[in-house]
Ligand binder design. Sequence first.
Ligand code: RIB
Ligand code: CA
Length: 336
Amino acid sequence: MITGERVTDGQFPLPRGRSVSRKKVILDCDPGHDDAVAILLALASPDELELLGITCVAGNVPLALTQKNALLACELAGARRTRVFAGCSRPMVRQLVTAEAVHGQSGLDLPGGKTLPEPGMKLEPMHAVDFIIDTLLTSPPGTITLCPTGPLTNIAMAMVREPAIVERIAEIVFMGGAAITPGNVTPAAEFNIYVDPHAAAIILQSGVPLVMMGLDVTHQALVTEKRKAAMRELGGRAARTVADLMTFYCAYDIDRYGMEGGPLHDPCVIAYLIDESLFTLKHVNVEVETASPLTLGETVADWWMITDRLPNCLVAETVDAPGFFALLSERLGRLR
Ligand code: RIB
Ligand code: CA
């Protein structure tokens, strides 16, 4: 059992059921520009990932738009047979908070007020929560990895609706929270956790092996002008469109933080599943504030093992940013 030492090369006991072969994953998301890039990266990596389905949740923009944007991302990847499911339209307890300031009114705005065309793909008729439950109940225990990159509402609702799935989940690798980095939606909270802190609490207390890609690491994965130009030079429509999407998306964070680029949060989840050696992680205890008006949604990581709270989460601390963008560019280059 890891007791908090830094994990540098992935030589920690793999969470139960985790194999190093092709992983079966469900990507739960709220597209959102960075979610869309995560979808493209996953679809461009069939040797490492079997994407069983994409489940959509309200977050960056309302559900009607996140589900539409997920379809658009699949079409951009040329993956029109991908199964896409609509999930929860609001958090478990709170009212929905969205992020149009970052992603535009459509959730996938392009520069110059442009947007992508309407999708031709259709949603699956099943609710996303039911798809998550059914997939876990009909698959061998420990073979399914859940990859949420938005508020954790769908995952938590599935656990509440069918508790038997909890012990069957191999791992949850999620984008959300922060151990030592200030929040991005309040001084204390990261957006995904802030939108649905009650869902985050259910996941953090579930006992499922967790990997947290928080702001500590995603703020190291910056889409600089040079990296964006490299994407555009890949030549395919998908890569060019991603470069255009990044031009819109990065403006907010560059203006706000004065960074040299926009943080590419959600693809860190997929990159970890493809090559975890890109990251260093630390196994610590993480809990979430669900009541305080001042710090609602703050993820409190016991980074220095000060309390007796048991570690429950592998928290990503660093990423090999050049390696991350080399992987992303190589995979985007596979798409046309
Ligand atoms: O805080 C960043 C996260 O919130 C990303 O997942 C982004 O897409 C939004 O969902
Ligand atoms: Ca997201």
